[in-house]
Design a protein around this ligand. Structure first.
Ligand SMILES: [Zn+2]
Length: 476
């Protein structure tokens, strides 16, 4: 077998058949990512390979730091060409890291470039990729069309005006008959900024923006609740089908509305909440938004467990989301039980997708949803995509095994890129190949019957159909 050939990661005949004839045919449903809706609205033509590939990709930045590259050539003032050279220098050092596979899949699938990236090939690859980026159809929308992306769920602050989502809708409405851009681009309601009550200046500035866009003063707690409710409705009108919440862990006690109000209004007056207050306030907001979600049939997504900004030096130099975060080890069970138990008792538990960052917690995340299903929606609550530090081949295999053992693999919503780069779509291909290999190997070893009708259904469902249904993307 040659490196990264057509049967990459497929080790048996059933796997090859399932991948090539079922999985590869499925449109991509990328329900959680960080692509810029502005780039899609403007159909951005990227100026060079650095801009579309390295800018904002903290996976690559971490690898470059681990390879001893100076920060100047990662996020600093080095030229775009110098930064690309530093990445080319790093790639041969990423053997057995998923970046090695993703890098070459992305060069092949987007640009048709089969060369291995290394210092000696860097100039040739730079020139060819840039030629295609600046002259061809590899624009933001062109890539989504080429990769057969049916749905993109971006990540949006309730204080965001959604103007770029509106612009995308306008483009699609204006060119309905002849448009080649049919990807459904939807916002996701992510109110994390409201939770920063330990940083009064931050929430004060955010509340001002929220007030302006909602037309409701959010400096009182009553106003905050009304403004979030208004924006939830506005997001629904823009096609939103989910909220998203990033937390180290959920608190295992919830504050009363009166306590939540006091915490918010003290922060508005400049007094920071302590950690326990902030955690309890965060749970209150997450429960509040989840009730709104349930009323609209939306999905609550909980991204749990990241240890944010552990390195104060890098955090002070680079700010958030710069590849400095790591796997946290906060206890997840009590807060999840409180979250699910509270909403379940109220009969207002929405569809919920959990994202776990710590492999030690995989069994807990896979098992717990089974205690709370309401018996009406397949896969209503589930351990969602293998996330962040767990989205490589071994992480995916272990994820699929855990879901199979403790829940229903057949109801799994599958993969999402969670990426900031338009070139990341081969990560779906990578996931699908692993999935087909796992299922095919079970057939080859006699663990599963060779019932292609069942197997084809499972592969198609996990490669997009389940996500379409759970999020409600199939309805207009
Ligand atoms: Zn994300």
């Amino acid at each position: 077998m040659n490196f990264c050939d057509e049967d990459f990661l497929l080790s048996n005949a059933v796997a090859e058949d399932l991948y090539h004839n079922v999985a590869a045919e499925q449109p991509i449903v990328d329900f959680h990512c960080h692509l810029s809706p502005r780039d899609i609205a403007e159909d951005r033509q990227f100026e060079n390979l650095q801009a579309i590939w390295l800018d904002g990709d903290h996976y690559k930045w971490r690898a470059m730091r681990a390879n001893g590259i100076s920060e100047n050539l990662i996020t600093g003032t080095g030229s775009v060409r110098e930064k690309f050279q530093a990445w080319a220098q790093t790639v041969p050092q990423t053997l057995r890291n998923p970046l090695f596979h993703w890098t070459h899949l992305e060069l092949r699938r987007s640009f048709g470039i089969d060369d291995l990236l290394e210092p000696d090939t860097a100039q040739k690859i730079w020139d060819e990729a840039n030629r295609q980026l600046t002259h061809g159809t590899l624009t933001a929308r062109g890539i989504l069309a080429r990769m057969n992306v049916a749905v993109v769920g971006t990540t949006d602050d309730p204080a965001d005006s959604l103007q770029w989502h509106q612009a995308i809708a306008n483009v699609q409405a204006a060119s309905q008959s002849q448009t080649s851009f049919t990807t459904r681009v939807v916002p996701t309601f992510r109110p994390d900024a409201a939770l920063k009550v330990r940083q009064p200046a931050h929430v004060q500035a955010w509340a001002k923006r929220l007030s302006d866009v909602a037309g409701i003063a959010a400096d009182t707690f009553t106003g905050l609740v009304a403004a979030l409710t208004q924006r939830h409705d506005d997001f629904a009108a823009a096609g939103c089908r989910a909220s998203d919440h990033g937390l180290a862990s959920l608190a295992d006690t919830v504050c009363t509305p009166a306590e939540a109000g006091r915490i918010w209004e003290q922060a508005m007056a400049g007094t920071p909440a302590n950690k326990e207050e902030a955690d309890r306030f965060a749970l209150w907001i997450t429960l509040f938004v989840s009730r709104l979600n349930d009323s609209k049939g939306w999905v609550t997504q909980l991204h749990l467990g990241a240890f944010r900004d552990p390195n104060p030096l890098l955090a002070s130099l680079l700010g958030a989301d710069a590849g400095c975060d790591t796997i946290g080890d906060a206890r997840q069970g009590p807060g999840l039980v409180r979250f699910f138990g509270t909403l379940s008792a109220e009969r207002s538990l929405p569809r919920t997708i959990l994202y776990n960052i710590n492999p030690a917690d995989n069994a807990l995340f896979a098992a717990m949803p089974g205690s709370f299903h309401n018996g009406s929606i397949p896969g209503q609550i589930q351990h969602g995509p293998p996330w962040w530090f767990l989205d490589q081949e071994r992480g995916i295999r272990s994820h699929l095994d855990m879901l199979s053992d403790l829940s229903l693999l057949s109801r799994f919503v599958g993969m999402t890129t969670d990426s900031r780069s338009f070139l990341s779509y081969p990560r779906h291909e990578y996931f699908r190949r692993v999935l087909c290999d796992v299922v095919g190997a079970d057939v080859a070893s006699g663990r599963l019957p060779d019932r292609r009708d069942w197997l084809n259904r499972l592969i198609a469902d996990v490669c997009g159909q389940n996500a379409q249904k759970l999020f409600g993307f199939l309805t207009p």
